[in-house]
Write a protein that binds this ligand. Structure first.
Ligand code: MG
Ligand code: MG
Length: 267
């Protein structure tokens, strides 16, 4: 069932999502060779709680009943890991990429957004994968307007990435966002134009392309959470939560805070 949100609820969703954007910026400040993803996770959890919110990922139940809940506040997925990486004590290395996915629960509503970061100097080939994945996210967002369909979003993402020879992960999708982190509808990163649920005013969805350099097939890690590319080639992941708009989607999360930090680091 798809829950449509009032304008007031959308403002609350914006607050939760802006907090995710600010948390990702705190993480961005620390990303360099030698830092561990556990250190990033600790800083993120503190920042979220200091702002009166709760990290939604922490304790999130496993998709498979009986398997452990997610232990971290962030999903940190390095190189060939696509999503759901558990933060650990392995230092990040020069040339790595790390997808950082963050969720908050604030005033009854959820925020959900992800950014893939470079650790030091990253090869041109991998930077290109990140650029195209982020472009695909914004092309998907362009389709998030009233009267279009979920398939229009997926089609825009898929066309853009496959044209560059990249793989589009099928097993995980974007989703509705509201009082729950994962609501209906599912928002796949592939699809046919004019197919799927119709987009209506009041719908809030997370769009999150998961794009691979090589094959799109996945493999589960032994920790019951991490998901990696089967060929161990790198994958990228960018995510925004957006409200479907009449003429233009309203992006509730933000990369502005992150990108300001990244610009300052380059100086
Ligand atoms: Mg997410
Ligand atoms: Mg999501």
């Amino acid at each position: 069932m798809i829950f449509l949100k009032t304008d007031e609820e959308i403002e609350l969703l914006r607050q939760a999502n802006l907090l995710v954007g600010r948390t990702l910026a705190e993480v961005a400040k620390l990303i360099e060779p030698g830092v561990t993803t556990r250190q990033l996770d600790t800083v993120a959890e503190e920042f979220i709680r200091d702002h009166g919110a709760v990290p939604t990922f922490k304790g999130f139940p496993n998709f498979e009943p009986g398997l452990p809940a997610f232990p971290g506040s962030l999903c940190t997925s390095v190189n060939e890991m696509i999503v759901h990486g558990i933060p650990n004590d392995e230092p990040l290395k020069e040339g790595d990429i790390v997808s950082v996915d963050c969720g908050t629960y604030l005033n009854g509503f959820c925020g959900d957004s992800a950014y893939t970061f470079c650790v030091g100097e990253v090869s041109k080939e991998v930077r290109e994968l990140l650029r195209v994945t982020k472009e695909a996210l914004y092309l998907g967002i362009e389709q998030a307007v009233v009267g279009k369909r979920v398939g229009d979003i997926g089609n825009a993402v898929q066309q853009h990435c496959e044209r560059q020879g990249y793989g589009v992960v099928r097993e995980f999708t974007g989703h509705g966002v509201g009082r729950e982190m994962h609501e209906d509808p599912a928002v796949p990163n592939y699809g046919r134009r004019g197919n799927g649920a119709k987009l209506k005013k009041g719908m809030v969805i997370a769009i999150e392309p998961m794009i691979t350099m090589g094959r799109r097939d996945i493999v589960w890690e032994n920790d019951s959470w991490g998901v990696s590319t089967i060929d161990r080639k790198p994958a990228a992941h960018f995510e925004h939560t957006v409200a479907v708009g009449l003429t233009k989607a309203d992006i509730l999360s933000s990369f502005d805070f992150v990108e300001e930090v990244l610009r300052n680091k380059q100086k």
